[in-house]
Design a protein around this ligand. Structure first.
Ligand code: GLY
Length: 336
């Protein structure tokens, strides 16, 4: 196991890479820890949860809502959890988001950690401290920015992951490559999903590289005033399509990236859109879909990235370098 510490404004987070699930016992007491997971993860890894306090939730983004938060809090009260307890989210982004959110507000804040069990969670969703819930069609409309005290990486948990969940994670990996790591972009072009599924050292290295890339951007701009916005590449249209078109997050982001790459070509002369589209397709992700333009525009302008009559939109200058540009709402309407 390799520990990398990243210091954020109010919390240092330990990243335990190359770990195994059972290592949790070494830094969290079973008596005063609650593992929060969902039915799918619980069923796939039942043995791991033995002798821990566990809260098992219904799986899926539709449960990332206030009613689920209330039910977790009710269960914590029944367990007599106090401020000395620790919550550990074991699962994908829905679980880590809700665990972080509950831990930030229950008794005005408990310590918490994450064991991401999806590729998307490992490279993106569990990192960054933004924890929250959806409200209606609006993703992540309510939440906090509070950092976990640790993230534990056990890539053997990915063995039970269906292929579409692997593709989902690769969308965010491709995003990191496109916005800030040209060398990784080239490496991904030479590889495939099955290469990483079969090769544990290559997978571990890829996961660690992406987790630390994201952590570095967050550390530089934890409260998203500038550089962190670059991580929204592909997410502005992506979020507007995700629920409307019932897409997985990675699929929506992949379509959003293809759109943003084309827009980058039109607005700032970006030349790499074809290469990005090819890479997205190479990792089994979509680059377009049918959608209701009016609905998408309505969601897009209600997004958190809107400032007055403009949207902060992330474009690519070249592969490996993104920029944030303010784009007027009529311009966006025309483009979608
Ligand atoms: N929880 C994901 C993020 O903070 O970006």
């Amino acid at each position: 196991m390799q520990t990398r510490k990243v210091s954020f404004s109010r919390q240092t987070t330990n990243f335990y890479f190359g770990a195994t699930f059972s290592d949790i016992k070494n830094f969290s007491s079973q008596k005063t820890t609650v593992l929060i997971t969902d039915e799918n993860v619980f069923a796939a890894h039942k043995k791991l949860f033995k002798s821990w306090n566990v809260i098992v939730l219904d799986p899926g983004e539709e449960y990332k809502v206030q009613a689920t938060v209330d039910s977790i809090i009710q269960q914590l009260i029944e367990m007599k959890a106090d401020r000395t307890w620790t919550l550990i989210g074991v699962g994908g982004g829905v679980i880590t988001d809700m665990t972080g959110y509950v831990a930030s507000v229950f008794l005005r804040g408990l310590s918490f950690g994450f064991v991401p069990t999806t590729l998307l969670g490992m490279v993106d969703a569990a990192i960054g401290g933004k924890n929250g819930i959806d409200v209606g069609l609006f993703k992540n409309m309510v939440g906090t920015i509070t950092q976990p005290s640790f993230l534990l990486y056990d890539v053997s948990l990915l063995k039970t992951l269906p292929d579409n969940e692997w593709y989902n994670g690769f969308a965010e990996i491709i995003k990191h490559a496109a916005i800030m790591d040209a060398a990784m972009f080239k490496e991904l072009e030479k590889r495939s999903v099955s290469f990483f599924q079969k090769g544990k050292p290559a997978l571990q290295a890829l996961v660690q590289r992406n987790a630390l890339l994201k952590a570095k951007v967050v550390k530089e701009d934890e409260f998203e005033k500038g550089r962190r916005r670059l991580l929204n590449f592909g997410h502005t249209l992506g979020h507007a399509l995700e629920k409307q078109c019932e897409l997985m997050h990675g699929e929506a982001v992949a379509i959003g990236m293809a759109f943003a790459a084309k827009l980058s070509g039109d607005l700032i002369g970006f030349k790499g859109a074809d290469r990005l589209v090819r890479l997205i397709e190479q990792y089994h992700l979509p680059v377009s879909t049918h959608y209701d333009k009016e609905k998408a525009f309505h969601l897009l302008v209600s997004d958190k990235k809107k400032e007055g009559e403009q949207i902060n939109f992330i474009l690519l200058e070249k592969l490996g370098k993104a920029v944030s540009k303010k784009i007027s709402l009529p311009e966006i309407y025309k483009a979608i």
